[in-house]
Design a protein around this ligand. Structure first.
Ligand SMILES: [Zn+2]
Length: 409
């Protein structure tokens, strides 16, 4: 397989990448745009948009911020409330695979920024059925979370007549370079289904055999075109207006607002995905079983683009973390009643044969990884004398104990 010559992304990356003649991927090239953009002008554009939606009669919220309680939720809320003086409604879809720390962060967010907050918890029994179904169907145990996050805030926009939804960074732009900063993409119904939900909508989840009916999925139903038109719903990404830099932003939120970072889980990055067990854990491990790479590849690639890590250090992080078995595997098995073999069987047909080979014992062997490509020339951005395992701050330190189960509420 080919690997980006600057970061550590493989050619079978889940967000489709392209490589240029130097072997540098589209995500790295889109990242370079951050250097040439006139951010002052972008910020002025943002202020103009916010002013347009600011409630003039004081009878409604100015906007919605979808929040999980993670680092970006804190930073989005900080910008919108503190810097730009808006009155947002915070909206959370409860994915139910919460860490204790994630819940503390969510509470912290609402209390510290003194805002109204609406949180929707779907029926846990329905979520369990859905998670088992989606793991078998697409090797994804967390589809319900993506669906809820991309749907529920839009339902609330329609119900409460709040046209403006403010999202954080555009993940497919930052992680995969699928869009440019010059496209000024906004959140749409098409993006939600094609990318956010892997092409599956709620109707595709109905299953007699698994007893999944429409009443399990009201929260997953995107408003109609007429409803969207009536309220004139619009979803903007702050990453198009503000030069997004998660490490600096998160450290500001730790210092100023008490955001808690998390202990390492299959990555050196202690700021990302603190709020749930599975994004760095089992759900990402399933990606590793399918494609041969995992979360440390994402995190190292981002840090390489920012010049915080050399490619060599990034490869060392991939080698150290991507294959690690997640601690939440047991939590999930206990919750669902599945056995480990079921999970491996579910992803068996999705194994990318470029990365994996079935050996005579019946086990799978990783045959292609960036660690097999150490002779590639590589295009270095920087080579810093930093240890990536220590430059993320664990706060509070030492970590508070995590219960070994999901926190549904
Ligand atoms: Zn790259």
């Amino acid at each position: 397989m080919r690997y980006c010559q600057r970061c550590v992304c493989p050619e079978n990356y889940a967000i489709p990448l392209t490589f240029d003649e130097q072997g540098v991927c589209s995500a790295c090239r889109v990242h370079e745009e951050k250097e040439s953009i006139d951010w002052k002008e972008r910020e002025n554009k943002l202020r103009t948009i916010l002013d347009k939606y600011r409630s003039t009669n004081g009878k409604n919220y100015d906007c919605i911020i979808p929040v999980s309680g993670g680092k970006d939720s804190h930073y989005q809320t900080y910008l919108i409330k503190v810097i730009y003086g808006m009155n947002p409604l915070l909206v959370t879809f409860n994915h139910e695979m919460n860490t204790k720390r994630g819940l503390r962060n969510l509470t912290n967010l609402v209390k510290r920024f003194e805002l109204d907050h609406l949180r929707f918890t779907p029926n846990p029994a329905a979520i369990k059925k859905l998670s088992i179904y989606t793991i078998r169907r697409m090797g994804d145990m967390f589809w319900h979370s993506h669906c809820g996050i991309y749907t529920y805030p839009v339902q609330i926009a329609v119900k409460y007549n709040i046209p403006l939804i403010i999202w954080g960074e555009q993940g497919f732009m930052d992680l995969g370079g699928m869009f440019s900063h010059f496209d000024m993409v906004e959140m749409t119904k098409k993006f939600r289904v094609e990318h956010g939900l892997r092409g599956y909508d709620w109707q595709d989840m109905l299953s007699e055999e698994n007893d999944i009916t429409p009443k399990d999925l009201f929260w997953a139903m995107y408003p109609t075109d007429q409803e969207i038109d009536r309220v004139d719903v619009r979803g903007i990404y702050l990453g198009n207006f503000i030069p997004w830099n998660h490490k600096i932003q998160t450290e500001l939120m730790i210092k100023k607002y008490g955001f808690e970072s998390g202990p390492p889980h299959r990555s050196f990055n202690l700021y990302e995905n603190v709020e749930d067990h599975v994004s760095n854990g089992l759900n990402d491990y399933l990606r590793y079983l399918k494609f041969g790479y995992g979360r440390a590849t994402d995190h190292a690639s981002i840090d390489i683009r920012f010049g915080r890590m050399s490619r060599e250090q990034g490869i060392a992080m991939v080698e150290k973390y991507d294959h690690q078995e997640p601690y939440d595997l047991d939590i999930y098995l206990k919750w669902t009643g599945l056995v480990k073999k079921d999970l491996f069987e579910a992803v068996e047909k999705m194994r990318d044969r470029q990365a994996w080979k079935k050996i005579s014992s019946g086990d799978w062997k990783l045959i292609d990884s960036i660690t097999n490509h150490l002779d590639d020339p590589g295009v270095e951005v920087s080579r810093l004398p930093l240890n990536p395992d220590s430059y993320y701050i664990l706060q509070p330190n030492p970590p508070l104990p995590e219960p070994k189960e999901y926190q549904f509420m």
